[in-house]
Ligand binder design. Structure first.
Ligand SMILES: [Zn+2]
Length: 69
């Protein structure tokens, strides 16, 4: 039912990470699914693929001293 609401009205995103660079994670308040932004800036479902990808981003930024404090 909740997923149906999301299908009709769209997900109700709320940002769930605070300290991050340009990778943003979102959670839908209605269906509790997690999402992230892909390389093109659009919101996509947070799959293990993207979780790993985001970790690599983080690592890269840390190593290069680019991470915001
Ligand atoms: Zn949803």
């Amino acid at each position: 039912m909740k997923a149906l609401i999301c299908k009709i009205f769209g997900h109700n995103f709320t940002k769930i990470n605070k300290s991050d660079i340009f990778v943003s994670n979102y959670k839908c308040k209605t269906c509790s699914q997690k999402f992230t932004t892909d390389g093109y800036g659009s919101i996509t479902k947070l799959t293990p693929f993207w979780e790993e990808n985001n970790l690599l981003f983080k690592k890269y930024y840390k190593e290069n001293g680019l991470q915001k404090s």
